[in-house]
Ligand binder design. Structure first.
Ligand code: COA
Length: 173
């Protein structure tokens, strides 16, 4: 059976847990601004990587970042902090995947995590030639995963409506 056929085992639905990824980074002076705070762009890089790993695991193919949809920087991260990032594939569509990434700093003394940022990204699965490839569906299991699955559909509808609106505006100009 060829991996291009939709009943191939590669397209079997996958749980969220199957592809979840986690990354730990020590914030070094090179990652920071002159105040010693982690640069937003550097944090976005960590978020992109953690999300890409989850999307890669889910799709078992190369992935490209199509969009970083929403990002909240909740509190600053300092040089010497340990930053923990966790990513989950919330929902898969045809070739794209909605991925949520959450970041915390870990207090090295007491192990307490403080939430520092959250983001939603969309990754698209591609082959070696950069052609888009189909991805398997997500099976949400927990109540939280089911809520995120529905939220991902709402984001998708909002994106599609926005793209249609922009196209209509461009056609009038
Ligand atoms: C992302 C990319 C592959 C989409 O290709 P495309 O030919 O424009 O694709 P389409 O418009 O037909 O959409 C294909 C899928 O991508 C999704 N998509 C496209 N643009 C998107 C965007 N801006 N945000 C979210 N999803 C997007 C579509 O919803 C669709 O999903 P589906 O297959 O699950 O229904 C293409 O735009 C690309 O290669 N971009 C550059 C990626 C990159 O280099 N990233 C790193 C940036 S430094």
């Amino acid at each position: 059976m060829s991996p291009n056929e939709s009943n191939h085992p590669l397209f079997a639905p996958r749980t969220v847990a199957y592809s979840q990824s986690e990354m730990t980074e020590l914030v070094l002076p090179n990652d920071a601004n002159i105040l010693g705070n982690l640069l937003g762009g550097r944090l976005m890089h960590f978020i992109d990587l953690t999300g890409a790993i989850a999307a890669f695991r889910h799709s078992r193919s190369y992935v490209v970042t199509a969009s970083m949809e929403h990002i909240d920087f909740i509190r600053p991260v300092h040089v010497g902090d340990l930053i923990i990032l966790k990513a989950s594939v919330n929902r898969a569509f045809t070739t794209s995947m909605d991925v949520g990434v959450k970041a915390w700093v870990e207090n090295a003394q007491n192990g307490v995590y403080l939430h520092v940022a959250s983001a939603y990204l969309v990754f698209v699965a591609v082959d070696k030639e950069g052609r888009r490839v189909q991805v398997p569906p997500v099976t949400p299991e927990t109540a939280e995963e089911k809520r995120r699955y529905e939220d991902a559909q709402r984001r998708r509808e909002h994106r599609d409506n926005e793209a249609a609106r922009r196209k209509a505006v461009a056609a009038k100009q």
